[in-house]
Write a protein that binds this ligand. Structure first.
Ligand code: NAP
Ligand code: G4F
Length: 360
């Protein structure tokens, strides 16, 4: 891992007055990296908020070739005093709140922490903007998980929320407090109801990347098999590079608002796995049923994928499929990368990475 330059006092608004400034919390995550790239392409100075750890890992920024173009500042969302000081000092033109405990499975194990980071901390940010930078345009990373046990398919901006996890519940608070600060204090504050979006930069615990990374390791002889949970779970999966464009577009509207961002098509985990196996040139046959179902290597009969109930959720969401008509109309947004291309890109990227590490 390379050494990381953290700027305790960003030069934004000091060195170059003409550059507009964007502050991105959670910049080291999947969306943070793609958004930082989009903002740099749009001509912004990008300041990325990170939480302190003993070993900061900017691998996603490095993969996109932008590591040296993003100023990193310490910004743990739970340290309210620092949130106040940092926003007061930078007074960014745009503030994107992407930081979160974003793994739904973990939210069942760490509900209090998840609530603080994903819910209460949104209020810390909004209060800091209200006090120190009321001209700052704010984006809150809301989620389709808020629809949860949705009564309407597809879901729109008007569909009622029924979250099914502490993560979804906390995000509902983050969403409504954003709407409230827009309505009560006149802030330019938007909330993006984004459905699942993936990429080669996706965290390894999420099912798509778990599959593509696991298959790459199996192909390279580093792992025997992959254990998954509910293969019938369905999601509306898009590509993160497409979705960050919608985030940026929301901040460019005359006023803040709420938008659904989705592809409009859903697929099962089984569908994703089937395409990933195909793209990996692995022929398989299936045997058994339910939790005893197994996917075997067609040539050797060796089990490649088995079911482990540990990966089932205590409560699943029902059918999440988004209707992005409003984003298409107001933001001119639409997805450009389809489901098969997404799977192929992730399979290829993971195989190349694992192959390189084996060859090194
Ligand atoms: P991600 O890869 O998990 O990134 C989240 C980032 O937040 C990480 O860099 C993490 O830091 C940081 N973070 C966690 N706790 C923090 C804290 N207390 N203070 C400061 N930073 C903290 O998530 P993502 O997929 O990019 O998603 C971005 C946002 O969109 C999240 O808010 C997520 O809930 C939301 N969202 C995602 C999707 C999706 O499908 N990807 C869909 C809808 C909404 P470390 O790097 O140190 O771990
Ligand atoms: O990939 P997942 O963990 O993503 P999930 O729960 O949909 O959450 C992601 O998308 C949300 C948007 O709706 C974001 F807000 C959130 O931050 C995150 O980015 O799981 C997808 C589905 C689930 O139904 C799960 O039960 O895959 C199923 N699944 C089956 N086997 C598995 C596994 N999920 C994981 N993580 N690991 C498995 O082995």
């Amino acid at each position: 891992m390379t050494a990381v330059r953290i700027s305790p006092r960003s030069s934004a608004r000091q060195g170059s007055k003409s550059l507009r400034t964007a502050l991105v919390t959670g910049v080291l995550g999947q969306d943070g990296a793609y958004l930082a790239k989009t903002l740099l392409d749009e001509g912004y100075r990008v300041i990325g908020g990170i939480r302190r750890t003993s070993s900061v890992n900017p691998w996603r920024l490095e993969e996109l070739g932008i590591r040296d173009h993003v100023d990193l500042v310490p910004l743990d969302l739970l340290e309210q005093s620092n949130v106040q000081r940092t926003i007061g000092r930078i007074r960014p033109d745009l503030l994107f709140n992407l930081a979160a405990q974003s793994f739904v499975g973990t939210a069942f194990e760490e509900p209090v922490y998840t609530t603080m980071v994903d819910g209460v901390a949104v209020l810390y940010l909004l209060e800091a903007i209200r006090s120190h930078a009321p001209e700052t345009r704010f984006y809150q990373a809301s989620t389709s998980e808020m629809f949860g046990k949705a009564v309407v398919v597809p879901q729109t901006e008007d569909t009622p929320f029924h979250p099914r996890s502490p993560y979804g519940v906390a995000k509902v608070y983050g969403h409504w407090i954003t709407v409230n600060y827009r309505e009560a204090h006149g802030l330019h504050a938007s909330s993006g109801l984004l459905f699942n979006h993936e990429s080669p930069l996706r965290g390894i615990d999420f099912v798509t990347r778990k599959i593509t990374h696991g298959l790459a390791r199996i192909r390279c002889g580093l792992q025997d098999r992959l254990e998954l949970g509910n293969l019938e779970a369905r999601r509306d999966w898009g590509h993160a590079a497409d979705y960050v464009r919608a985030m940026y577009a929301m901040t460019q509207r005359p006023a803040g608002s709420t938008y659904v961002v989705a592809t409009g098509a859903d697929h099962s985990v089984r569908d994703f796995l089937a395409l990933a196996l195909q793209a990996s040139d692995i022929e398989v046959r299936w045997e058994g049923e339910g939790r005893d179902e197994r996917c075997l290597d067609a040539a050797t009969g060796r089990p490649l994928v088995t079911i482990n109930p540990r990966f089932y959720r205590p409560a699943e969401v029902d059918r999440l499929v988004g209707d992005s008509s409003r984003a298409k109309r107001d933001l001119g947004w639409q997805p450009t990368i389809g489901f098969p291309a997404l799977v192929e890109e992730m399979v290829r990227a993971d195989y190349d990475r694992v192959r390189r590490s084996v060859d090194a």
